[in-house]
Ligand binder design. Sequence first.
Ligand code: CMC
Length: 424
Amino acid sequence: MSSAKLTLNGEEYELPVVVGSEGETGVDITRLRGQTGAVTLDSGYGNTGSCKSNICFINGEKGILRYRGIPIEQLAEHATFPEVSYLLIYGKLPNAAELSDFREKLTYHSMIHEDMKKFFEGFSHTAHPMAILSSMVASLQTYYPEEVDGGEDPNIIRLMAKAKTIAAYAYKKSIGQPFIYPRNDLSYSENFLHMMFAVPTEEYAVPEVLRQALNVLLILHADHEQNCSTSTVRIVGSSQANLYASISAGICALWGPLHGGANQAVLEMLEQIRDDGADYKKYVAKAKDKNDDFRMMGFGHRVYKNFDPRATILRKQADEVLTKLGINDPLLEIAKQLEEVALNDEYFVQRNLYPNVDFYSGILYRAMGIPTNMFTVMFALGRLPGWIAHWKELREDPGARINRPRQIYTGPTENDFVPLDQRD
Ligand code: CMC
């Protein structure tokens, strides 16, 4: 199949068809308006391919997720987060020398400029860490304004290395503890946990079970093709805005409860159910009631209509981590009961609503001692290499154009200005 036919107002038009490497088919409507005067309408972009990309493949019907062709299950089991970041950003698994160089750079660029620490003083101690993260990431540009065309972009390394320090500092700020500097002898995940949980007065060794769990969590969140925040990064980047500005915008998009903010919302929902007598069936009924705006947070996905492979990995991981840490969390019990009821309920079955990645990530973060308002920051740290990879792909695409959708206008037709004293 190389073209599609469209009949509009009695005229027939031929539209080219593009087929991706996994057989996904797209009707190319780039010239539709010029040819026909019409645009397509796809609110929420559920059927719109916004770009060609070779970074991430998802098959929502079959529950497949691959980064650069490699199944997420294999990466979660065998890889480290820096390895996966390299894979996403530079397009291939690093060899030993490349990985060691990349790790070293991620470590040696971890500190943020001492002057930037003063920014934290200005934030209220109640500031949401996502607000701090997005502001600080945008502010990095003021310290590293140079843009690099071609070759290795040091801003990519800086951003990857410093984001975890900013995130941990945001947490320390919120609890009024002194900032803990990164340590060059620690791995990416260890360093983050060290900056989060160490205090100057005590020795702190990162527990292996936490390091391992964090590594998997970060890998599972590392990319998810054209989701809301990644599309935001691409839209902002398409105006040739710098890396820091584009990623800061992505962080803001991720914050919302329908996207990355869902992990915080899941935990708050589970707590609400627990405090309300653990009557989870009442909440399933509320989620089904169209007159009630309560949604079952952590359920449903725009793309996965069978199961979310990340949720499958995390459910197992959550069980393992809680067992190893000897935690008996009633919220996990409520989560499992909710899952069972919902999976067997006609409303959820008919709409293909399954637990998504956020349903279990919150339980894991909680077991790791990470406070609820930091959950979405954790998602952002994981998603960072994906955002960077998409920004880089866009900037290296010679055919890239500024993103500028059209609309179907439904407002008033032309009418005259009415002076103030003559208005109703
Ligand atoms: N609880 C109850 N009903 C739901 C839910 C839910 N969580 N999700 C979807 N529905 C219903 C919805 O009311 C609609 O019903 P009907 O056909 O009768 O009108 C139907 O299912 C389709 O929903 P939709 O809103 O058209 O689906 P969408 O593809 O636009 O939205 C979603 C996807 C993820 C925003 C949505 O499922 C949702 O709000 N889920 C809860 C928030 C959440 O967990 N978000 C995290 C997503 S995964 C992490 C990430 O990638 O960000």
